[in-house]
Design a binder for this molecule. Structure first.
Ligand code: CA
Length: 306
């Protein structure tokens, strides 16, 4: 497998890759502290501020996202050596985890859905049009941020920091998933390699929006699998690839955008699911990532649970 650091860095994924390298036993590079928001800088140390605007206490929003149920009970979390030769060290050893019953959004939260929260004053649109990572805004790939882009209302909201994901889920009476909940929703209880089973890319139709032949035309440095073309260069409208459904019926659990979780990891937050920029050889249900909560990645979004 070959990951191209330059292309992935430009798309906001370097923090994730750094974590993967660190967890594999390489240089445990400490992640930079999340950047202070302009509001925090202005306030100094006088008053702790939250990213949510003052209207965050407004009435709850109506939840308009379809959800699917995940039953209570045990599942195999992490590496299943019997079916997966691509496990990273931080997926090992596979282990049994028991989670309570919950429901998870069938699809990633879309631009249109997030816009309702912004309109209500419970979510902020600050920075949604420009990626942010490495401690600064990265306008070079702003075209891939979906906010306010014509014809992308049904695409996942991306370029969105962790706190705004928390705000949205709270607004609709839900929360971000734990990492274990996310993984159980993605692969069910049989330890499968991908949400759709154990068949890899290229032989089962269009199963996930990852780095494919379409993306490769735009970004020749991205690693792809010959013969796999999901048809999308950037993000796809949420739920576009039903052949990739997980056992619970959730869509895009692998690919499209990395999804924020509630769980902390090494000073940041766990992200799961990989994305449209990601090498399909690694884009599996067990793949784990981590990024700083202030990062706004063009290939990062979220979904909620309750
Ligand atoms: Ca793609």
């Amino acid at each position: 497998m070959t990951l191209n650091p330059r292309a992935l860095r430009l798309l906001g994924l370097l923090p994730v890759l750094l974590l993967l390298a660190a967890s594999a036993g390489a240089d445990p590079t400490a992640s930079p502290a999340p950047a202070a928001t302009p509001g925090q800088a202005a306030a100094g140390n006088a008053t702790p501020t939250k990213a949510a605007p003052a209207k965050a206490a407004a009435a709850k929003g109506k939840d308009v996202v379809a959800m699917v149920a995940v039953a209570a009970g045990p599942f195999l979390m992490g590496c299943n050596e019997a079916v997966d030769a691509e496990c990273m060290d931080d997926e090992r050893p596979g282990h049994t985890v028991v989670v309570e019953a919950f429901k998870i959004d069938k699809t990633e939260v879309s631009v249109a859905q997030f816009a309702r929260c912004v309109a209500a004053g419970a979510c902020s649109s600050d920075g949604l049009t420009t990626p942010f990572y490495g401690g600064k805004e990265q306008p070079e790939f702003a075209e891939f941020c979906n906010w306010q882009k014509k014809d992308r209302a049904s695409h996942p909201i991306n370029c969105v920091p962790w706190q705004q994901a928390v705000n949205y889920c709270g607004w609709v009476g839900k929360r971000l998933p734990t990492e274990a909940e996310w993984e159980k929703a993605a692969r069910g209880t049989d330890g499968r390699k991908y949400p759709w089973g154990n068949t890899g890319y290229g032989s089962g139709g269009k199963v996930a929006n990852v780095a494919d032949a379409s993306a490769h035309k735009r970004f020749p440095s991205l690693s792809t699998i010959a013969g796999y073309d999901d048809g999308f260069v950037g993000t796809a409208p949420v739920g576009s690839l039903p052949k990739g459904a997980s056992p619970s019926g959730a869509l895009d659990m692998v690919g499209n955008v990395w999804e924020w979780s509630a769980d902390p990891r090494d000073g940041g937050r766990v992200v799961r699911g990989s994305s449209w920029t990601f090498d399909p050889r690694l884009a599996r249900a067990g793949l784990r990532g981590r990024t700083d909560p202030a990062v706004r990645a063009a290939d990062g979004g979220f979904r909620c649970v309750k």
